[in-house]
Design a protein around this ligand. Structure first.
Ligand SMILES: *Cc1c(COP(=O)(O)O)cnc(C)c1O
Length: 474
């Protein structure tokens, strides 16, 4: 290419048009969505093919004005959107967005700070560091811990387990950061039978292989006696992953017992508390997490219980040096600071959006009491749903509803699946089928800040009506 061609100016329109028009348009579409999200049918009306047809599949030879692009996007994608923000959306553990978090997130995109380095983006890093300090306080975790804002709980636990892996091998005299994994001791990677599948994934990313699964009890809690036996059966470095909040039952492992046993064997203990860690923020519910502060690392999500927009997870590691040792990149063009770890040293990304800012906004807007009330409301709504469904003929609630999860089954797997399909078709309540203890279940995960007592009661009424209709052959 000749230098003249390279120097040719860009077409000044439409890419260089002012922001106002498109932002006003996006704002209008955003408000229309938010106005409809509480009452619209929850499932998407259109599938991927229909949305692709509406958007147009061909790469355009020439561009179109920015406003037309936004209109095309909003109108084309909308029929394919699922109303995750509905207060009657109980599918998986995913929740809505609080207004303050959404507004803060808009600013994060607008400011567009690449928040990997403390010295370069002090405004963004200050907000995230305040949020990190508050999180440790709210969750009663060791104040000296380092906190990384990740894309979710999967990457948060990957980050924590990277610190764990390097540290347990370092204690054996093996430097995995320099020498890699081959030749070092095999790490015993021990989990409960009912751990979340992403724990296995994190282990795979880190070269730990498949975990050793020890038995769990009826509610999905790791059996401490089985853990003790497994630890006694071998030697060498070990990582034990415990769980705060089983996705089917909401149950919590016995942290006091399990951590004592694991630490006695020299293991690093990580706790996956993607949604369950938040019980610690409530004086009424924190008995569920008794002893969890004794672990070495913890992972959770802000995009679940805290209702920030996707995406934000949180990685917390007591030994900050293990964390930054595993994750920092040493490069001549990045100047390390004396004052504290840079954000990029605590997550997998170098360049990163300041995704901790919406978390700060929710904490600031609710305060300690408001966060406790939010968590308590989710648990109370789950109890209303559990108690209400248990009254319906033929419905069995399979778990002890200690937190936000309710698992129900009907007289047969086919009947359970029929209920879930009918709920999906009607669209007023969305709960998903799963399998638990060899039975088909419909699982209600109460994860939305808008799910209050009235919504929970309405949910029970909808399920009662739906079941009656199915049974009457309507
Ligand atoms: C959701 C969840 C995860 C994974 O979190 P992502 O944010 O989806 O990556 C891990 N563990 C548990 C218990 C979860 O509920």
């Amino acid at each position: 290419m000749s230098s003249e061609a390279a120097a040719e100016p860009l077409d000044p329109t439409p890419a260089h048009a002012p922001y106002d028009e498109v932002l006003e348009l996006a704002d209008r579409y955003a408000r229309a969505w938010l106005d409809s999200v509480r009452e619209r049918p929850i499932p998407p009306r259109a599938g991927i093919d229909a949305v692709m047809d509406a958007l147009g599949r061909e790469l355009p030879e020439y561009g179109e004005p920015a406003a037309d692009v936004i209109t095309r996007l909003a109108e084309g994608a909308e029929p394919g959107l699922i109303a995750i923000g509905s207060p009657r959306f109980y599918g998986w553990v995913i929740g809505g967005t609080q207004p303050v978090a959404l507004a803060a997130d808009w600013l994060v995109s607008t400011w567009d700070q690449n928040s990997g380095l403390r010295t370069i983006t002090p405004g963004a890093v200050a907000v995230e560091e305040i949020a990190a300090t508050w999180l440790l306080d709210l969750l009663s975790l060791p104040a000296e811990s380092e906190v990384g804002f990740t894309t979710g709980a999967t990457t948060a636990q990957t980050v924590c387990m990277a610190a764990a892996r390097d540290e347990v091998l370092r204690r054996e005299g093996w430097d995995v950061e320099r020498d890699g994994m081959a030749g070092g001791s095999r790490i015993r990677f021990i989990v409960g039978e009912e751990r979340h599948g992403t724990v296995d994934l994190a282990g795979r990313y880190l070269g730990l292989g498949e975990p050793i699964a020890v038995a769990s009890d009826d509610e999905g809690r790791i059996r401490v006696d089985a853990l003790r036996e497994e630890l006694a059966a071998g030697t060498g470095p070990a990582i034990v992953v415990l769980q705060a909040g089983n996705i089917h039952s909401g149950a919590y492992d016995d942290f006091l017992g399990a951590i004592a046993v694991a630490h006695e064997a020299g293991a690093w203990v990580h706790i996956d508390g993607a949604f369950g860690l938040w019980a610690a923020a409530s004086p009424r519910l924190r008995h569920l997490v008794a002893g969890m502060g004794g672990a070495d690392s913890w992972s959770t999500d802000a995009h679940k219980t805290l209702s920030v927009p996707y995406d934000c997870g949180i990685a917390i590691v007591r030994d900050g040096r293990a964390m930054t040792g595993a994750l920092s990149m040493h490069a001549s063009y990045l100047q390390a600071t004396e004052v504290g770890a840079d954000p990029h040293e605590k997550v997998l990304e170098l360049s990163r959006r300041a995704r901790g800012i919406p978390t700060w906004a929710v904490l600031r807007s609710l305060g300690r009491t408001g966060i406790a009330r939010l968590v308590e409301q989710l648990a109370a709504s789950a109890r209303i749903i559990g108690d209400g469904l248990a009254e319906l003929p033929g419905v069995e609630v399979l778990n002890d509803v200690v937190f936000t999860q309710v698992c129900v089954a009907l007289e047969s797997d086919a009947a359970t699946e029929a209920l879930s399909e009918r709920l999906w078709a009607d669209g007023e309540v969305l709960a998903m089928t799963s399998r638990w203890h060899d039975r088909a279940v419909v699982r209600f995960s109460v994860s939305n800040w808008g799910t209050d007592a009235a919504q929970a009661t309405r949910t029970v009424e909808v399920v009662a009506r739906t079941l009656a209709a199915i049974r009457a052959g309507r």
